[in-house]
Each structure stands twice: as C-alpha cells, then as structure tokens.
Ligand binder design. Sequence first.
Ligand SMILES: *[C@@H]1O[C@H](CO)[C@@H](O)[C@H](O)[C@H]1NC(C)=O
Length: 298
Amino acid sequence: MATTLKQTCSRIFLVCVIAVAIQVMFFSPLPDIPQPSSSLPFPSNSKIQEVIKLGQGFLKQPEAVAVDKTGVLYTATRDGWIKKLFRNGTWEDWWKIDDTDGLLGLTATATGGVIVCDADKVMFADDVIESSDGTLYFSIASTKFGLHDWSLDVVEAIPHGQLLKYRCLKYWLKGDLKGQIEIFIDNLPGGPDNINLPPDGSFWIALIEIFPSKMRFLYTSRASRYLIGAFPKLSQWVIAPHKKAMVVNVGSDGKIVRGFDDPTGKVMGSVTSALEFEGHLYLGTLYNDFIGKLPLPT
Ligand SMILES: *[C@@H]1O[C@H](CO)[C@@H](O)[C@H](O)[C@H]1NC(C)=O
C-alpha cells in the first residue's frame, strides 16, 4: 500500500517537473544574449545627497524637467499633471493631461509650447527633443514591451531600445554622415535614461541602476532567464530600479567629464534626468516626490 502511494506521488511529481520544464524550454520568448561587458569606472562622491528639494510632496515621481525661454520650469508627474515652477518659487498645477501614470520626458519648444511623452499612448515614448528646424525627435525605450512590462526588456537585454541602451548612440541627421549611426559612449556604469544638452555642447546623461550587480546571475544563468521568460511576473520582483542615483556629464568626444551620485539613494534615488540651467542641475526622479536642485561646482 505505502509503496504504491509513494510511487503514485513520485510519478505526479515527475509529471509536474516535466510540465514546468516544457513550459520553460518551449514557451519562453527569450533568445540567447551576449555576456555583459564591464562598465567604465565611476568613483562615488555622494554629491547628489546635497540637493535642494523643490516642490517636495507636491510632485509624484517627476521623471524629467524642461525650462522655457522665460526661465519657467516644467515637469510631468505620475498622476497625469504638467506642473510649473515660476521664478518666484511658486508651483502651479498647470495642465492635467489625463489619469495616466505614463508621462515621461518633456521639452519646451521654441514657439512656447510644451511637448510631453505619454508612454501609454505612444508605445513607451520616453523622451522628446526639438531640433533647431522645429522637428521633434522621440526616443522609444522599448518597441517590444510596454511601460508596465519594461523589466522583461531588461531581462531580454537585446537592443529593443531604439536609441538608448547601456550605451548611447549618435545618429547623424545631416552632413556627409547623414543617416549613419555610431556609438557615442559605450559601457556606461548604468542604464542611460534622459539626455539633456547644456549650453557648452556636452551632454548630461542620467543613469539608472536597473540591474544591481547581485542580479548578474540572471545574465549568466540560462535557466533563470528561461524561467523569467516563461513566467514574466517573476521579473517584476527580481528587477526593480535600484535606488542608486547617478548622472554623468559627457563631452562631445564621448568621454565622461564629471559625474555625481547618491550611492544608496538615501536623499535622492533613481534619478532619471539632469537639466542644466543657470549654473544648477535640476534632477528628475522615478522614486522621490521632489525635483532636486544641485549647484554645479565651477
Ligand atoms: C509668482 O509668479 C506667478 C506668475 O507671475 C504669479 O501667478 C504668482 O502669484 C507669484 N507668486 C508669488 C508668491 O508672488
């Protein structure tokens, strides 16, 4: 009797294991990926911990900041608002877009308008910029997975991001190299998010630590990637944006000039954008409820 029961149980167990294995091996959408390369060294300086907090409590996860010709700052918040900060320090609920949590990058145009990316309307539109001839350029963070499934895109780690990945690319809009794409900077010490252009011709790039180093096994172990591909919900708790905040200033030659961080996200975490304006950096975030203002050392 006991032996038959034991045999039945072990058969059921075996069938379950085979069923899970089949699910994992054959219904997983993940292709093979190259191994991650080591990133550029970046010494921590905790400078972001010195930020002045603007609009604290009033701004739900303000991802990005834009400034218009008159010096008014704009940010889009995760409760669907564009809010503005006058020079006198007063905040205003300026424009309610929608009951969306998909508002990401924004820009102030030469004609005095504000354009904001709504990742729920345009599939994962992440950031927007206006060129000198008035053309708008959007970056799409992922063409395959939407905003709420972005952790899967990270696991997959093949370049579905059209403009941005752990490297930044340069796309020539005009001149002899028109239409060509080259690597602008590679092996960044984090996942690049929004890029802003200060007046000196360099670039401010916010880096998110999407992938804490203790999660590296996900890249090296094929089984764990298959498991996440087969059961996508797992990725939501395996991969969350780590709180570490980091921004780097990259020269037009693609070299890091300087950078600031908050290694633990103690004061400000998951910084998604850095806008330079009148000697200060204005930092947007996925994590906090304020904009960080950091005086730039001269
Ligand atoms: C700040 O400026 C705005 C726009 O000019 C104005 O509406 C607001 O009342 C001002 N706030 C204060 C406290 O002066």
